[in-house]
Design a protein around this ligand. Structure first.
Ligand SMILES: Nc1ncnc2c1ncn2[C@@H]1O[C@H](COP(=O)(O)OP(=O)(O)OP(=O)(O)O)[C@@H](O)[C@H]1O
Length: 286
């Protein structure tokens, strides 16, 4: 729970009056561009440094007390793995630090590390190393799992595997908060999307609710034989983009645009696309 939380670094106001309450069991994406204040928010949530103003509480107590009680697990951007030990040795060590760790088999299954137990940490690929860091974060079976841009620099396949692991953990009723600047990750993997820009929360809701914050839609048609000239004057059209042999018309009134295209005999291979989370995100953070 954040109540009126602010944090500055000198003259830079990194987080500015944030209020946020996360119910148990929810998976929340903290979505924002570089420098939006995501890491600062997460560091305060974990009690790594104090807020200048406002109150941060986890499970009704201070972040430090919640972490000391083993209720919080985190995977931070700067987390490094020690070399010269195996995945299995590292996980056995970390499990030993907690009173009720995840059973080893569950840990390996959830983090998708089955074939890597004997592998030394310095021999892992980037995606595999991230899954080991994820395993370290969940080894103590935390009620709240916090992931700061966990898939930065991963390829598509590694990202897909990573989010599958995250969902296996959240499905068991655990609360997850992850930060990202990939809109599709928030759309696909979160119950709730909190958009942050310039240290302020600018949107908060399900992916569908945040998507609706942008009403712009696209009507795409085959490019008319005489080109795109004049399309921008059709009723309801606010922008026209030509890509390949298609014209993409931005509008808030797709019905009117389709009618106008019919009247002019221009309706060929039409496709109407609803607002995308990415459009809403770009509008919100502009
Ligand atoms: N230690 C610091 N000293 C000074 N300014 C900082 C420090 N850490 C962050 N900032 C500034 O605070 C603002 C918020 O930074 P923060 O790292 O929280 O954003 P972010 O959303 O996590 O960005 P990114 O996606 O790039 O990691 C930025 O303007 C950043 O330059």
């Amino acid at each position: 729970m954040f109540a009126g939380v602010s944090k500055s670094y000198g003259a830079v106001r990194a987080v500015d009056g944030v209020d946020l309450t996360i119910p148990c069991g929810q998976t929340v994406a903290l979505l924002g561009p570089n420098g939006a204040g995501k890491s600062t928010t997460i560091n305060m949530m974990l009690g790594l440094f104090p807020a200048d103003r406002g109150r941060v509480e986890l499970f009704g107590r201070s972040p430090e007390a919640a972490s000391a009680a083993g209720r919080v697990g985190a995977m931070l951007q700067e987390t490094k793995l020690v070399p010269r030990v195996t995945v299995g040795e590292l996980l056995a060590f970390v499990r030993g630090l907690y009173p009720r760790p995840l059973p080893t088999d569950d840990l390996l299954r959830v983090a998708n590390l089955g074939g890597l137990v004997g592998r030394r940490l310095e021999k892992l690929s980037g995606g595999q190393a991230q899954r080991v860091k994820f395993a370290v974060a969940i080894a103590g079976r935390p009620d709240l799992l916090v992931l700061d841009e966990p898939t930065a620099a991963m390829d598509v396949e590694s990202r897909r595997e990573f989010w599958a692991s995250m969902r296996r953990y959240s499905r068991d009723g655990h609360t997850v908060l992850f930060s990202t600047h990939y809109v599709e990750e928030a759309d696909e993997s979160a119950d709730r999307v909190v958009v942050i820009a310039g240290g302020r929360l600018v949107a908060d809701g399900s992916p569908a609710e945040v998507r609706r914050a942008s009403t712009a839609q696209t009507v795409a048609v085959a490019l008319p034989y005489d080109g795109a000239a004049g399309l921008e004057r059709l009723p309801g059209v606010t922008a026209v983009e030509v890509r390949g042999d298609r014209a993409y018309l931005t509008t808030t009134e797709p019905d009117a645009v389709v009618c106008a295209l019919v009247e002019r005999g221009l309706l060929r291979h039409v496709e109407v696309r609803g607002a995308r989370l990415e459009d809403a995100y770009l509008a919100l953070t502009a």
